[in-house]
Design a protein around this ligand. Structure first.
Ligand code: IVH
Length: 696
């Protein structure tokens, strides 16, 4: 990868576009509690994005990940504006960081030699929530969302035994937003995963994802079954002060009926911070809930007030994180895995080892350069790390002194797939070598083909009910489905075969009927989904939508792509000129359609489908570039029509109101979204005013 300082402006723009798409996809996967990459890998991408933006601030994109905080909000819950924003803490990773934290506070407050008193609280690994109490009654419960506006999950939070409906004791302010962490105990988490696995569902990667997934259930009765718990540790808006110190505040929260962590303590100065950190490190395995660090807060609330905030974090608090969990084990073998785009990733096969309570048998080795840099050899004892996430990684070799034993690992020159394609390092447009080695077999490579097919049927692509990864693998192995078009021939194939699908294990007449019906229904598909489903590199959902809007019809799209593949300058410029599309997409589309087998696969697929045209976008309208939210009942058109029309006029339609919303169109029955709009001072139109605005 090129150093950020060496990037040209067009390269930076391209990379930012790719990073925005990729990070958005990872955010979604994370939100759905099924992350694809480890937190560490995510952080690397995110940091790269931030560094490029820092060097080229004018290239910052409208959909830049830096414009969002935390996970994206789902559409199904109403947005609620928090009384005061829910911020997050800066992280500290060493005692030095803790000492800096203390030093800054002392400087800021111009304190003398006396040590500052801090609370040290376990950093609970769950998700934060805000509970609004008016005159002691719970009136609203919300997730953090983007910090300013969260999701209204009152019904779900009300099912938690540890969330009081009414505050007990006395002395609570008339209005108080109590903040804390929703979490699952370790045993509840294990039980939940065991149940998921028994049902053939994917287990949750960690307690935090499991808690988030459980809380954000549409049906609160499901949340109620999940044994979610709640620790209170902070507050947002309050109508009156209720304590002088954090320590006293915790005591009051406890009097009013909340659980507070009994392990919290009060310490003095830098030494106190270190002692507390060590104490919590020792306590960690004995706790029945997961913690990922220790939170330090200046105890005196008047000092907290004076210290205030810098951007999104308070100056008065910090989270000292535990290092990721590690273990040692033997590296038995290195296998190569081929992904959808042909990228070949080395995977470590390990002697099974328990890391932080989870048995690890495989870990990523990232790429050949990493293996060489760390000089990792088969037979070595290695350190494996799992950082509260999914894909464990091999960090380093324990004792690299291996006299006359093993030989350095040589990255294979040939792909493990039956095509045995040569594996060369990929180069960038400028000729620089990258760390990626790719199998160029595309659809001819069975490893890539199955990954392509999985992508094709995935939720945001064709989303065929009854055709999940398991069924797909089965059809792939028995050769019934080898390419996307085969899916649409499945029913005809079955009708003509001797051995019927309904007689197969795992199927029955009804499920087969349903499957065929689901496949039939998908013959009609929007151009954007169709393009996304092809799984062309760098063409994520957003880019697919841009392409669909830009070309309008499947035939125009195909004609243009074939021209791009043929190197037609006009076609390439036309593609490059589309909003947010850069060289990476032009190259990827060209490379994809240059391959004849890709062309024929797409043609055969098109022969099976009725691809719906995308409506062309008109860009010189009053609402172009604006973000619109429709709420309440519309009387002159359906919600879908209104959305499509607005998009055709170049507007972006969103399901929830945020500070980035430009206009809210409200019909009768509009509720919380109007309140949120008022909170942000957003212009609200009636349906008629909207129609006038867009010119009838
Ligand atoms: S205080 C201004 N205390 O860690 C932020 N947070 O970024 C006040 N967390 O979002 C947060 N245990 O979800 C606080 N004892 C604790 C915590 C805690 C866990 C989470 C919380 C927050 C994140 C810090």
């Amino acid at each position: 990868m090129k150093a950020v300082s060496d990037l040209t402006e067009p390269q930076a723009a391209d990379e930012l576009a790719q990073l925005a798409d990729a990070l958005a996809a990872h955010d979604l996967a994370y939100r759905d509690a099924a992350p694809i990459i480890s937190d560490a890998e995510y952080d690397v991408m995110r940091r790269r994005n931030d560094e490029i933006e820092a060097r080229f601030p004018h290239l910052m994109r409208y959909n830049s990940p830096t414009q969002r905080v935390g996970a994206t909000r789902a559409e199904q819950f109403s947005p609620v504006a928090h009384g005061t924003p829910m911020l997050s803490l800066e992280n500290a990773f060493s005692q030095e960081d803790s000492a800096d934290f203390d030093a800054k506070i002392r400087r800021f407050l111009m304190l003398g030699v006396a040590p500052v008193a801090y609370t040290a609280e376990p950093k609970i690994d769950g998700l934060s929530a805000s509970l609004r109490y008016e005159r002691g009654h719970l009136v609203q419960g919300a997730t953090r969302g983007d910090g300013r506006v969260g999701e209204d999950v009152t019904a779900n939070l009300s099912t938690l035994a540890e969330v009081p409906q009414r505050l007990s004791g006395s002395g609570w302010p008339d209005l108080i937003e109590v903040r804390g962490e929703v979490y699952l105990s370790k045993p509840a988490f294990s039980a939940m995963n065991a149940a998921a696995e028994a049902k053939g569902e994917r287990p949750y990667a960690n307690p935090r994802n499991a808690a988030a997934g459980s809380l954000r259930q549409i049906d609160p009765s499901i949340t109620a079954q999940r044994q979610l718990r709640f620790f209170a540790y902070a507050w947002g808006q309050v109508s009156a002060p209720f304590a002088d110190s954090q320590w006293q505040a915790l005591a009051r929260l406890s009097e009013w009926g909340f659980q507070v962590t009994s392990q919290s303590r009060r310490v003095q100065g830098v030494e106190g911070l270190l002692e507390a950190y060590r104490a919590f490190e020792a306590l960690r395995p004995t706790l029945n809930f997961d913690i990922d660090g220790v939170v330090f807060k200046v105890d005196r609330l008047d000092w907290q007030d004076r210290l205030g905030f810098v951007s999104r974090s308070p100056r008065w608090g910090i989270a000292r994180k535990f290092p990721a969990q590690q273990a040692r084990t033997k590296l038995e073998a290195i296998d190569l895995q081929v992904g959808r785009t042909g990228a070949v990733t080395p995977v470590a096969r390990l002697d099974p080892v328990t890391v932080g309570g989870v048995v690890v048998t495989n870990a990523t080795l990232h790429n050949g350069d990493e293996i060489a840099r760390k000089d990792i050899r088969i037979g070595d004892t290695v350190v494996v790390q799992r950082a509260g996430d999914v894909i464990p990684q091999v960090l380093e070799v324990v004792d690299p002194d291996r006299p006359g034993r093993s030989a350095p690992y040589v990255f294979p020159h040939i792909c493990p797939c039956p095509l045995k394609t040569p594996l060369a390092r990929e180069t960038t447009a400028t000729g620089a070598e990258t760390v990626v080695r790719r199998c160029t077999g595309e659809f001819a490579c069975p490893f890539q083909r199955i990954e392509h097919l999985k992508h094709f049927v995935s939720r945001r692509a064709f989303d065929i009910e009854g055709l999940g990864e398991k069924q797909l693998q089965m059809f792939f192995d028995d050769k019934t489905i080898q390419e996307p078009a085969d899916i649409f021939k499945l029913a005809a194939f079955d009708a003509a075969s001797f051995k019927k699908l309904k007689d197969r294990e795992g199927f029955g007449s009804l499920s087969v009927q349903n499957l065929f019906a689901a496949i039939e229904a998908r013959r009609h598909i929007g151009l954007d989904r169709f393009i996304f489903a092809l799984g062309i590199r760098h063409i994520g959902e957003t880019t697919a939508m841009t392409l669909a809007r830009g070309y309008g019809t499947a035939s125009a799209f195909m004609a243009a792509m074939l021209n791009v593949a043929a190197g037609d300058a006009e076609a390439m410029t036309e593609l490059d000129d589309l909003d947010q599309i850069g060289k990476a997409v032009v190259d990827a589309a060209g490379a994809y359609f240059k391959e004849e087998h890709n062309q024929s696969i797409v043609q055969r697929l098109l022969a099976e489908l009725d691809v719906q045209d995308a409506e062309a976008v008109v860009n010189d309208t009053a609402v172009a570039g604006k973000t619109i939210v429709f709420t309440g009942a519309l009387e002159r058109m359906t919600r879908d029509e209104a959305k499509a029309q607005a998009e055709r006029l170049g507007a972006k339609v969103s399901g929830s109101v945020s500070k980035k919303t430009d206009l809210v169109v409200a019909g009768p029955g509009a509720g919380s979204k109007l309140k949120t709009a008022a909170y942000f001072g957003i212009r609200v139109l009636t349906e008629d005013e909207w129609i006038t605005l867009i010119g009838g």
